[in-house]
Design a protein around this ligand. Structure first.
Ligand code: 5GP
Length: 179
């Protein structure tokens, strides 16, 4: 796997440190509450696992799987739920946890969907944000890293279901998806 990586963008230590900082912010912002972390499968699995362990509040975890129709490395904003939450989120503080925001279309749809279910609040936490996402009007409360417009893999992120278990975030060699 490593041989397909052009360069490491964020190593394990950088990710660990930033996740602790985000967890400290979440601890502070939700003091006295028990937020529900909603991880978006499959990419956010590592982020949720590490973030949940760094948060000191009581948190619940739940998962959604959505597929945004698109081809190759771009999404279209047309979203289908593959797996819905098992929890009722009425009157809950919900924190959506994502691996990466690119166009923001998937998350914008997801937030609207969750808001319609009567929660107390819905906020977003993403480990990575690409430049496109800064342009769209989506309010993301917690951002781990702003990264360049490159296709990244590792730490949950895949290309064709591969590379999710790399412990770092790396830039995939374009030759891997060109052929
Ligand atoms: P958006 O709707 O924000 O454009 O798309 C977000 C989704 O596209 C992410 O959840 C992820 O599945 C995928 N995605 C966007 N950029 C990347 C990237 O650089 N690497 C990987 N592996 N997936 C990406």
């Amino acid at each position: 796997m490593d041989e397909d990586v052009e360069r490491i963008l964020l190593d394990e230590q950088a990710i660990r440190e930033r996740i602790s900082e985000l967890a400290a912010e979440i601890d502070r912002d939700y003091e006295g509450e028990a937020p529900l972390l909603v991880g978006v499968l499959k990419g956010a699995v590592m982020v949720v696992a590490d973030l949940a362990r760094a948060i000191t509040l009581d948190v619940d975890m739940d998962w959604m799987a959505v597929s945004s129709y698109g081809s190759g490395t771009k999404s279209s904003g047309v979203v289908r739920i593959l797996k819905d939450l098992s929890a009722d989120i009425t009157d809950r503080h919900v924190l959506i946890v994502e691996d990466i925001i690119d166009s923001g279309l998937t998350l914008s749809w997801l937030r609207t969907n969750l808001r319609s279910r009567g929660p107390k609040s819905v906020e977003i936490c993403t480990l990575l944000r690409k430049p496109e996402a800064v342009k769209v009007d989506i309010d993301v409360k917690y951002v781990g890293f702003d990264i360049p417009n490159e296709f990244v893999i590792g730490y949950g992120l895949d290309y064709a279901e591969k590379y999710r278990n790399l412990p770092y975030v790396g830039i995939l060699k374009p030759s891997v998806y060109a052929d």
